[in-house]
Write a protein that binds this ligand. Structure first.
Ligand code: HAM
Length: 431
């Protein structure tokens, strides 16, 4: 057996190899187009933030803060944490840069890596990427619906066909404390039948019981009080209107009374988007996107009331689904032409010709190593290019180039300065 290489990437952290880059780039460019359409502007925040931002923002009783943060102490004694999510950092930046003085709402998006010390399992990584959308300064449920729509469109544009949006409302400080009391007393009366985690949750974060996946807790969950029956009038109206907007937009949603999300800052609307592929029955669908409204985070982070709503897409999970479901990425970077050369003079000339193709924005593959013509043409074949340009010693001296149609093998010779325009002409004809 081959000896395992001493250095491997850290657990839960992956290389993204060249053959997968196409999926990532396709996702990013689609996300950027959607962001532009809905008026989101890009913001980049540091990977490290003060640990306290997440303790206060994401919440002390969340899995993220309890057990998943990569934190470090600086030489100066500060405790910093590698962002486990974007939301608190983007809210911090919004307040720090006085963006509440801009015309509202302000819509911001980010793309980049986030870090969570998860126990490794399928679809759970320790370094993964998110596409994150946030809208600040608008209370209207129209924004909740628009955020959901923007994320839904992201997946539709990537050709996902079996999308389901799950929505719920978890109320706010006006009604949730009361619901928590009702739920806690219900759970206390059944505490002996709960799983270990939920026994603890009864004390610390009873709402999380509602999304427990343990077999043992399911019958208790089925009988548990539901938060939508206990919303105050304002939260209830907000939820009703959000659903009306979703109906109006024709989005395929279903109500999930058990959806509470694992982060402390949410108020009112919460949502997740799944891809449910019938052919993959037996595998539990994982959320590709999650988000919701969080009207209290502004106060926690900067002492200011700032209504806000947003969500994040898990890039690796989406790419995995694209691959599993054979959702092909369009071959934007597919090369149409291969430039082959033999001999020193031909190499010099082909370097220049290569640059002319770049200026003409025609993707060209080349091989400037000392390979034989045969090796180069085999490579051209493998790249599935339509045309090969061949520059040998003779052609270099005569300032010509051979143009070979790789489909039928027909070759013509052109003056080297005509090569770009001839290829352009042929590619146009091909379309
Ligand atoms: P989240 O649900 O924690 O929400 O993460 C959003 C998405 O990131 C998930 O739906 C999933 O696709 C992906 N994800 C989460 N954990 C992992 C993991 N360990 N490995 C791979 N992918 C993962 C948030 O992060 C909120 N900040 C979203 C938000 C923005 N809410 C309001 N604004």
């Amino acid at each position: 057996m081959a000896k395992k290489q001493k250095f491997q990437s850290p657990q839960g952290m992956h290389d993204i190899l060249p053959e997968d880059q196409g999926y990532f780039e396709k996702l990013y460019s689609t996300a950027e187009n959607i962001a532009a359409f809905y008026g989101f502007e890009k913001i980049e925040t540091p990977i490290l933030e003060f640990t306290e931002l997440y303790e206060k923002g994401t919440g002390l009783n969340t899995d993220i803060v309890e057990k998943q943060m990569f934190s470090l102490r600086t030489k100066g004694g500060d405790s910093l944490t590698m962002r486990p999510e974007f939301t608190p950092g983007v809210m911090r930046a919004f307040i720090q840069h006085g963006m509440m003085n801009l015309p509202q709402p302000v819509k911001l998006y980010s793309i980049g890596p986030v870090f969570r010390y998860e126990s490794p399992q399928a679809g759970r990584f320790r370094q993964f990427r998110q596409v994150n959308f946030e809208v600040f300064g608008e209370k209207s449920p129209a924004i909740d619906a628009q955020v959901i729509q923007a994320f839904y469109n992201l997946l539709s544009e990537l050709k996902f066909k079996n999308l389901v949006i799950e929505v719920n409302s978890i109320g706010a400080s006006c009604c949730r404390p009361y619901f928590k009391k009702i739920l806690t007393s219900y759970l206390r009366s059944r505490v002996n039948s709960l799983c270990l985690d939920c026994k603890r949750r009864v004390r610390e974060n009873p709402l999380r019981f509602l999304d427990c996946k343990e077999e043992k807790c399911q019958p208790i969950k089925a009988q548990a009080p539901q938060i939508i029956d206990h919303l105050c009038e304002e939260c209830n109206n907000h939820f009703k209107e959000t659903l009306e907007f979703l109906d109006e937009l024709g989005l395929p949603y279903r109500l999930n009374p058990y959806l509470v999300r694992g982060l402390d800052y949410y108020t009112k609307t919460v949502f997740e988007i799944f891809n449910e592929t019938p052919s993959l029955e037996g595998t539990l669908p994982v959320a590709l996107i999650g988000g919701g409204r969080y009207d209290n985070l502004g106060k926690v982070v900067g002492g200011k009331d700032i209504p806000a709503c947003g969500g994040a897409a898990g890039v690796e999970r989406i790419v995995n689904e694209m691959k599993k479901n054979k959702l092909r990425v369009s071959a934007d970077t597919k090369k149409e032409v291969f430039l082959a050369q033999v001999g020193d003079l031909a190499k010099k000339k082909s370097l220049k010709l290569f640059e002319e193709f770049r200026k003409a924005k025609i993707p060209v593959a080349e091989s400037l190593s000392k390979d034989s013509l045969k090796v180069q043409l085999t490579r051209a074949d493998r790249l599935n290019v339509r045309y090969a340009l061949i520059l040998g010693q003779k052609e270099a001296l005569e300032k010509t180039v051979i143009l070979r149609d790789m489909k039928n093998g027909i070759q013509d010779t052109y003056k080297i300065e005509k090569a770009v325009s001839e290829i352009k002409k042929r590619l146009k004809r091909k379309k």
